[in-house]
Design a protein. Structure first.
Length: 160
């Protein structure tokens, strides 16, 4: 790589994951400054632990905390309020499926799906698909990243 001087920084993210950063200079006569790197260490460690991908034997695809948080929140969304079937319908609505597409997927009539949608909207105190997405995003932002509970338990539905 043509480096003239190099130093490294290893950050332990968890018991099973670590990051190694390599810093170097190309220019002749210049040197890396480990002391300056040490001063930035608390900041770099904080950012890395908060935002960096966590690799585990189960999750080697590069997805990390944000993806895991989204998956858990999506899968649990509404589970404390909605029936299992209503939850499945909400998942399909949030994925952008129409009532007709949902009806085909569940081998139901579109009218049956519309009844389910009305019940869901009533239970969640909303009136549209846009409000459903907004509620999901608001509840997601209120839920702690490590939570596996329904995000609605961390969010007051009546909240504006």
């Amino acid at each position: 790589m043509g480096l003239r001087d190099e130093c490294g920084l290893m950050i332990h993210i968890s018991d099973t994951a670590a990051l190694f950063f390599s810093f170097g200079v190309h220019q002749k006569g210049h040197r890396t400054r480990p002391a300056q790197l040490r001063m930035a260490l608390p900041f770099v460690v904080s950012l890395a632990k908060r935002y960096w991908t966590v690799l585990t034997p189960e999750r080697t695809d590069g997805t990390g905390r944000l993806a895991a948080h989204l998956d858990a929140a999506f899968n649990a969304f509404g589970s404390t309020i909605l029936s299992p079937r209503e939850g499945e319908i909400v998942h399909m609505i949030l994925r952008g499926h129409s009532s007709k597409a949902i009806a085909r997927a569940f081998d139901n009539s579109p009218e049956t799906i519309k009844v389910h949608r009305r019940r869901v909207y009533t239970k969640l105190q909303i009136a549209s698909q846009g409000e459903l997405l907004s509620l999901f995003l608001s509840a997601l932002s209120a839920a702690p990243p490590s939570s596996t509970k329904d995000p609605l338990v961390h969010f007051n539905i009546a909240q504006e």
